[in-house]
Write a protein of this length. Structure first.
Length: 379
């Protein structure tokens, strides 16, 4: 599932080249001088050089440090990485859920061409729940125990649409039915504790879709669910995306999840971009040692297992004291090949093929050779 190369859909336009232009980077084969100047955003979501830092008594937490990507309507972006890599902070920054008084946010977050970083909080509130929505990873703590599920689904619909409570309740019941809740007309008046874990997650999806958002962010939507329910939730998100033609960001640490759903994948480490490309590129020819480690630690179903799964040595770094140079170098098995360059210089995100970018000091030929060797050993 995760190790093979997924076939490209016939007739589906490859918009990754446009995404590179939107971020102002030179595609493969072009120098920086030949790259076009920063253009106006055309994607439904276009993030450029996003930084989110939090001043604390212990120091400055660099939770997100220079993230850029573009997402077209109808496509899915998977953001993967270990805990503390900046995945959820990025999504909460897109939603504008950070207090400007105790956080430092810079860069651009364009939603349909409108910069959310520069917008005032009242404007962001108008967009939140309407054009952009989020499925949080823990529905039990996200749903209020004192209000019925139907009331909580109807709340955003009432705020963003000129309708009465009766129409909003009917809309909530219809949404519950569409996400697969049985007897939705009566369950709409139940409280969160009366729903099972999978039903609560379905209710969260219904809440996020209440206003037909253009962008849907799913933050670990299958956490703490058994594998059967996980598959049902992922199928539901995929079906609803086709129905609403929404752009979807899937945040997870499970590469198996994004292998099934994501068109493009962003691998994050220590708040930075380690690798960005199509699912075919990232799973078929990954270029970053961190991505190799993630893939090596995951069981594969497309070949017999010949050896033990490999783990990435060490632990993720503190985001207050990020290692100098490449943040992954203390855990990297290949850092010594660059004569100390990994400890001194922060690697730039550079194209290795059309739409595939890697932040690593290893040459492209070295990346391909090492991955071929690792893949051969794994098989």
């Amino acid at each position: 599932m995760a190790g093979g190369e997924a076939p490209r859909e016939e007739g589906r336009p490859d918009r990754r080249f446009a995404g590179l232009r939107a971020r102002g980077r030179a595609p493969a084969g072009q120098t920086a001088d030949q790259a076009p100047a920063e253009s106006a955003p055309t994607a439904v979501l276009d993030i450029r050089d996003l930084h989110i830092h939090f001043p604390t008594d212990d120091g400055l937490v660099k939770a997100v440090d220079g993230v850029s990507f573009a997402l077209e309507r109808g496509r899915t972006l998977g953001i993967v990485g270990e805990s503390g890599s900046g995945k959820s902070v990025t999504s909460l920054g897109i939603l504008g859920l950070y207090n400007r008084g105790n956080s430092q946010i810079s860069g651009k977050i364009y939603l349909d061409g409108e910069d959310l970083v520069a917008a005032d909080q009242s404007r962001v509130r108008e967009l939140r729940g309407n054009k952009i929505a989020m499925i949080f990873q823990d529905p039990l703590s996200s749903l209020h125990p004192y209000y019925t599920v139907g009331n909580q689904i109807a709340e955003a619909y009432l705020i963003h649409n000129k309708v009465g409570k009766k129409a909003a309740r009917a809309h909530a019941a219809d949404l519950l039915k569409r996400v697969g809740i049985p007897h939705a007309e009566t369950r709409v008046d139940d409280y969160p504790h009366q729903f099972s874990g999978g039903m609560r997650q379905r209710a969260m999806i219904a809440m996020a879709l209440s206003c037909d958002p253009e962008l849907l962010i799913a933050d670990e939507p299958t956490t703490a669910l058994d594998v059967t329910v996980q598959a049902q939730i992922l199928d539901l998100i995929s079906d609803l995306q086709e129905e609403y033609h929404s752009a979807v960001i899937m945040i997870t640490h499970d590469l198996g999840v994004v292998a099934e759903l994501a068109d493009d994948i962003l691998v994050m480490y220590a708040g930075r971009m380690a690798e960005y490309g199509s699912g075919q590129d990232v799973f078929g020819s990954p270029g970053h040692p961190y991505t190799w480690g993630l893939l090596g630690s995951m069981p594969r179903l497309d070949r017999p297992r010949m050896d033990r799964l490999q783990s990435i040595r060490g632990t993720p770094p503190s985001l207050i004291h990020v290692p100098s140079g490449c943040p992954f170098h203390p855990r990297c098995d290949y850092a010594a090949r660059n004569n100390g360059r990994c400890e001194r210089e922060v690697p730039e995100l550079r194209p290795v093929s059309l739409g595939h970018e890697v932040s690593c000091h290893l040459s492209i030929d070295e990346q391909r050779r090492i991955w071929a060797e690792r893949d051969k050993v794994a098989s």
